[in-house]
Design a protein around this ligand. Structure first.
Ligand code: PSU
Ligand code: MN
Length: 335
């Protein structure tokens, strides 16, 4: 049996095991054991632009019940540009590209959804777990599915105290080897932004500002760090992505840093105060590892009476729109 046939046989077994699932769900089992949602499968067949979206922001980054509403709004923001949203996650051990509304609801509303980085995907699959994919895992799966553009809020990065804790998000190393453009508002201000930018340089990840040479700081428009490059339009970004593919020399990804307009950022004073409290609380509670990001985000949302949540949502929606425009511009070049 050729490797291809044996992997097809594997897919058939998998379909059988999940025979209780509704038919449209089963029909979209394709390469890499990825299941495509109906809308995404259609877009793939028609060669239409697709934007990947992550599920960790839904299950771990945003509080219930807003998270589900926001997850749907993000998808709508992508659709409004003419692109098709593909929210990625794991349902009962199956990697899904293009979660349907029931699956999205399940990941947004049930306890015990695992936070999955790349290294967790196989374990979660083998145990039939439900899981939300981080930027690292979402990028990796999206690239495997042939999707070139991904929208999120903020990337993971190098944590403060990383010199002692070694806590650096696998988002960085995943982007070093994964050909995808991630639209984000920089990295969260809870991180060591300067160290994160240094690591991105070392790892060979391209970083461009969208209409700015200031690297954004997620909740705040300007992290205080300068960028080498600013691109001005979705078409220019699409041209850069095309050049990258043509050259074929860069294995990894591209970060498109899209800052909030100044008048939409979180009040910097409130931001600094909340961050200082959150870091102290975190140290006091012994929070470490993959719990750090969700802990600090929920601290922000709880202590700013909703202000940080509103800003977080604005960030994601703006990034979804820009990612959709880039995907549409890329498709127009190819078509
Ligand atoms: N940025 C947000 N909210 C989030 C995250 C990032 O505004 O929930 C998530 C992303 O999924 C990112 C992950 O990949 O946090 C990084 O976690 P860690 O630092 O444990 O790698
Ligand atoms: Mn970490």
């Amino acid at each position: 049996m050729t490797p291809q046939l044996s992997s097809l046989a594997g897919h058939r077994r998998r379909v059988h095991r999940n025979a209780h699932q509704p038919a449209p769900y089963r029909d979209h089992v394709t390469n890499f054991n990825i299941r495509y949602g109906a809308e995404v499968a259609d877009a793939r067949r028609g060669g239409r632009p697709i934007v990947a979206l992550e599920s960790t922001i839904v299950s771990h980054g945003l509080p219930r019940p807003d998270n589900l509403r926001v997850a749907r709004e993000i998808e709508q923001a992508v659709r409004a540009t003419g692109a098709v949203p593909a929210t990625i996650g794991m349902v009962e051990g199956a990697l899904v590209v293009g979660l349907d509304d029931a699956q999205l609801t399940r990941l947004a509303s049930t306890d015990g959804v695992a936070k999955l980085s790349v290294r967790d995907l196989a374990v979660a699959a083998a145990t039939g777990a439900d899981g939300a994919t981080t930027v690292a895992a979402t990028s990796t799966v999206a690239a495997a599915a042939g999707i070139g553009v991904f929208a999120t809020g903020g990337l993971g990065g190098v944590h403060r105290e990383a010199a002692q804790t070694f806590d650096e998000s696998a988002d960085l190393t995943a982007l070093a080897r994964t050909p995808i453009a991630v639209v984000c508002a920089g990295v969260k201000s809870i991180l060591d932004v300067g160290a994160t930018l240094e690591r991105l340089e070392t790892l060979g990840v391209t970083v461009v500002g969208y209409r700015t040479r200031r690297f954004p700081g997620f909740f705040i428009s300007d992290s205080g760090f300068e960028l080498d490059w600013a691109l001005e339009t979705p078409e220019q970004i699409a041209a850069m992505l095309a050049a990258r593919a043509e050259q074929g020399v860069q294995p990894g990804g591209v970060i498109v840093a899209n800052p909030l307009p100044l008048d939409e950022q979180l009040d910097p004073e409130l931001h600094d105060r909340t961050l200082a409290d959150g870091l102290a609380l975190m140290a006091g509670n012994g929070v470490t590892g993959k719990a750090v990001t969700p802990f600090l985000l929920s601290h922000f949302h709880a202590s700013t009476s909703g202000a940080s949540l509103a800003v977080n949502v604005r960030i994601i929606l703006r990034n979804a729109t820009l990612a959709g425009q880039i995907a549409v511009a890329s498709a127009a070049r190819n078509g």
